[in-house]
Design a protein around this ligand. Structure first.
Ligand SMILES: [Zn+2]
Length: 113
């Protein structure tokens, strides 16, 4: 499953960064175009971290809406729930994706030693 491998990757990074300290929460930012369902991601996270060093750590998912910029009229906008890669203003399909492909760990909350 897609979400399961993403959680594995997040867990690896969090474990390495935390060193000896216990991780309380991991904050991630994921773009809409990553095709990740946040609820599925947090569910998979619990499976991945169970009985590991990260057991009990909370995964905080922030989803970023996809945005496009029109190369014809210069307008920007969110593409909405159904991804349509066309300008809302002039209907041009000459658009660039300017947000929505993110997949970053933005912060780790570590327990005080
Ligand atoms: Zn346009």
């Amino acid at each position: 499953m897609h979400e399961l491998s993403i959680c594995g990757a997040i867990a690896d990074i969090a474990t390495r960064r935390a060193g000896e300290r216990r991780v309380e929460s991991v904050h991630v930012r994921i773009g809409q175009l990553r095709q990740v369902v946040p609820d599925t991601l947090t569910y998979c996270w619990e499976l991945v971290v169970a009985d590991s060093e990260l057991d009990g750590a909370v995964l905080d998912v922030e989803q970023v809406p996809a945005r496009i910029e029109c190369r014809d009229c210069g307008r920007t906008g969110e593409i909405g729930d159904v991804p349509v890669f066309a300008c809302h203003v002039c209907n041009s399909v000459e658009v660039s994706v300017i947000a929505g492909e993110e997949f970053v760990i933005t912060a780790l909350d570590l327990a005080a030693v």
